[in-house]
Design a protein around this ligand. Sequence first.
Ligand code: PMP
Length: 288
Amino acid sequence: MAAELEVYISGTYHKKSEAKISVYDHGLLYGDGVFEGLRAYSGNVFRLTEHIDRLYDSARAICLQIPMEKAAMAEAVNETIARNGLSDAYVRLVVTRGAGSLGIDPERTSDPQVIIIADHIALYPKEMYENGLAIITSATIRNHPAALNPRIKSLNYLNNVMAKLEGKLAGCEEALMLNHKGEVAECTGDNIFIVRRGELLTPPIDAGILDGITRGAVLDLAGQLDIPMRETALTRHDIYIPDECFLTGSAAEVIPVIRVDDRPIGDGKVGPVTKRLAAAFHELVRKS
Ligand code: PMP
């Protein structure tokens, strides 16, 4: 059996089964913290700088001071992957507010914890990448941007967990979340794209979504491949009539969607633009 994985916690490594933080940590008590999900391909972390920048932006937005420099954080991510002998890996980077008192007050916490877990992830079965996935629209809306802005990748994901649960209860692996205006926002852990008459469309960041790094990479690729694209507000109507639909995320990569709310997308098969972009994305992650 392979040696037990080791988890980085604030400067030291602990066996996975022994990696622990305080039950008084506000990350646990209140979801008070931030996180990132990254992927390494052949030992190289895809868009590491962008993930680290987003982590520090999320932390800044909640007035959480990460107790290390960005360069040291990047080094710790690479070291955790190497130390565990991983080459293709998923990395979960978490920064909690730290242990405090039994009240919300963030000023009564000390010692934010930095946790880095490098492991394997298989979010969706292989069959779904080939044949596409079915999603539903959840009744749970994405966080109102004036509450917890969805650009902050915070540990407070219960809203998304509830939407995911709605999906699972309906027999779907993902669920679409609308924003407070009733427009399409994103899925519980993935951004959404549609293709209509050859044009690639996705909601803008101000629809109240996470500024996904895979989303950005796919938009770049569309530019390079001369696929017309536009960031624009989308409604459920748009999601019911496109030729193609797919989701993007660090864990999910590019995954086709073939049914929304039990309605077939296009001819119900994975479309050519989705296939092209998925292939280009796989090529990109391998060469960067
Ligand atoms: N939206 C949400 C809500 C997410 O949690 C994620 C990350 N899992 C994404 C989109 C995709 O973002 P990225 O491509 O940066 O992983």
